[in-house]
Design a protein around this ligand. Structure first.
Ligand code: ADP
Ligand code: MG
Length: 353
C-alpha cells in the first residue's frame, strides 16, 4: 500500500515558486491498478517522481506498507518506472535490455538469465530475445520496456503515459496487455494518463486530479456515475450539466426540480448543500425524448442537430434556459423541433459546485 500523506511540492525558491502539488493525500491499495487521471500540468508526473524518489516533497511524506520512504534513494525503493519514451538501449539486444537493471544490481548470472526468460514469456517476446531493440516496432519496444521494469520484481510499477506514443489500434491492444501483466504479477501499477476512456477501461481505482489537487478517488463506475464536482463530471465524459433547484433532503436523497414538473429524489455528491440553484449531472444515454406537450417531461427545448454514430445518434438540444445538452437516441428528431426531455431520476446526480 502506498500512503501519500499531505504532500505538497513546490518548484523554485522565492516568489515565483510553482506549487505542482498542494496538500495531496491518497491511499493506493496494494496489488491494484491505480490511475492518476487529469489534464496536462495538473501534477501527475510530479506525484510519480515523488513516489519514485526522483524528487522529495516540500511538505508531507510518502509511506510504503506503513513505513515512510523519504530517506530512501530511488534505487533503494522497491519501485520501478516505465517512461513515456521507453529509455531503452537501441543497440543492445532485447535480452540485454531486460537484464540490464539486474546486472546493475549485481544479481547472480544464473538468476539474471532465468528472469530474462520469464520476462520474455510474460511479454510474449520469446522469439525476439537476440533482436536489437532498434529493429523492433513501437509496440514491441513498449513490451521490452515493461519487461525491463518488471524484471527486478518491484512492489510498485509507475507508468507515466506509457501508451501515448502508440497509435489507436496498438494502444487498445496494449491496454489489455497491461491489465493482464498487472493481474499476473500482482504488482501495484500506478498508471498516469490524461485519457479518460483509457482510465475508465483499465483501472481498479482512479484519482482525478486538477491543478495540483486530487478532486475525487473512486472506481471507474463511481467516477463515471457519481462525479462529485463539475470538473470531474465535465472531464470524465460528455456528461450534461443542467441547472436545477435544490429543495431539501429526504434521507440520503436530494429533492430537486427543474422549474416545472415533478419533484425528484436523486443522489447528491454532498448532503450539506444549501437549498437553491445547483448543478446536476445528466448522462446523454439516460435521456429520453418526448413530445413537447408530454406531461411527464422534466425539461423542454429544441433540437440543434444530430450525428449518426452507428449504435444510435447523438442529438444536440438547447434547453429553454439556454443550456446545451446531448442526448443519445435511436430515432433523432429534425433540427428545430420542439421536444420534452425526461431522464431516469436514479441516474441524476447533484454536484457539489
Ligand atoms: P503533468 O504530468 O500532470 O502534466 P507535471 O507534474 O509535469 O504535470 O507538472 C505540474 C506543474 O509543475 C506544472 O505547472 C509544471 O510546469 C510544474 N513543474 C514540473 N516540474 C517542474 C520543475 N522541475 N521545475 C519547475 N516547475 C515544474
Ligand atoms: Mg506528465
Amino acid at each position: 500500500m502506498i500512503d501519500v500523506r499531505h504532500v505538497t511540492k513546490r518548484f523554485g525558491i522565492g516568489a515565483p515558486a510553482v506549487t505542482a502539488l498542494g496538500d495531496v493525500s491518497l491511499v493506493i491499495p496494494e496489488g491494484s491498478f491505480f490511475t492518476l487521471l487529469g489534464p496536462s500540468g495538473c501534477g501527475k508526473t510530479t506525484l510519480l517522481r515523488l513516489i519514485a524518489g526522483f524528487e522529495l516533497p516540500s511538505e508531507g511524506e510518502i509511506a510504503l506498507d506503513g513505513d515512510p520512504i523519504g530517506h530512501l534513494a530511488p534505487h533503494e525503493r522497491p519501485v520501478n518506472t516505465v517512461f513515456q519514451n521507453y529509455a531503452l538501449f537501441p543497440h543492445m539486444s532485447v535480452a540485454r535490455n531486460i537484464g540490464f537493471g539486474l546486472e546493475m544490481l549485481k544479481r547472480p548470472k544464473s538468476e539474471i538469465s532465468t528472469t530474462i526468460e520469464e520476462m520474455l514469456d510474460l511479454v510474449q517476446l520469446g522469439a525476439f530475445a537476440s533482436r536489437r531493440v532498434d529493429q523492433l516496432s513501437g509496440g514491441q519496444q513498449q513490451r521490452v520496456a515493461l519487461a525491463r521494469a518488471l524484471a527486478p520484481r518491484p512492489k510498485v510499477l509507475l507508468l507515466d503515459e506509457p501508451l501515448s506514443a502508440l497509435d489507436l489500434k496498438l494502444r487498445k491492444g496494449m491496454q489489455s496487455e497491461l491489465k493482464r501483466l498487472q493481474h499476473e504479477t500482482g504488482i501495484t501499477f500506478v498508471f498516469v494518463t490524461h485519457d479518460q476512456g483509457e482510465a475508465l477501461a483499465m483501472s481498479d481505482q482512479i484519482a482525478v486530479m486538477s491543478a495540483g489537487a486530487v478532486r475525487q478517488v473512486g472506481t471507474p463506475e463511481q467516477i463515471y456515475t457519481k462525479p462529485q464536482s463539475r470538473f470531474v463530471a465535465d472531464f470524465i465524459g460528455d456528461t450534461n450539466i443542467v441547472k436545477a433547484d435544490l429543495l431539501g433532503y429526504e434521507g440520503d436523497r436530494a429533492l430537486i426540480h427543474f422549474g416545472e414538473g415533478e419533484t425528484l429524489a436523486v443522489h447528491a455528491a454532498s448532503l450539506s448543500l444549501q437549498p437553491g440553484p445547483v448543478h446536476v449531472a445528466m448522462r446523454p444515454e439516460t435521456i429520453s425524448i418526448l413530445d413537447e406537450g408530454a406531461e411527464t417531461a422534466l425539461l423542454r427545448g429544441s433540437v440543434i442537430d444530430s450525428t449518426y454514430f452507428g449504435a444510435g445518434s447523438q442529438m444536440r438540444l438547447r434547453l429553454d434556459d439556454g443550456t446545451e445538452v446531448i442526448a443519445q437516441v435511436e430515432h433523432p428528431r429534425a433540427p428545430g423541433s420542439r421536444v420534452g426531455l425526461r431522464c431516469d431520476s436514479a441516474m441524476l446526480h447533484v454536484l457539489e459546485d
